[in-house]
Design a protein around this ligand. Sequence first.
Ligand SMILES: [Zn+2]
Length: 49
Amino acid sequence: MFRMKKCVVCKKYTLEDVHCNKPTIVAHPPKFKINDVYGKYRRMARNKE
Ligand SMILES: [Zn+2]
C-alpha cells in the first residue's frame, strides 16, 4: 500500500519522500481526530471569554 504524501512547498500530492527539495508530509491524517482537536480548542477559547 502506498502512503500518500504531500509537498509542503507546492501543496501537491506525491508518493515521493522529497519534493521541491523539501521532505514531504504524510497526507492523510484522520479527519475526525482533527475535528476533535479543533473542538477542544474552541471550547477552551469559549471558556476564556
Ligand atoms: Zn513540491
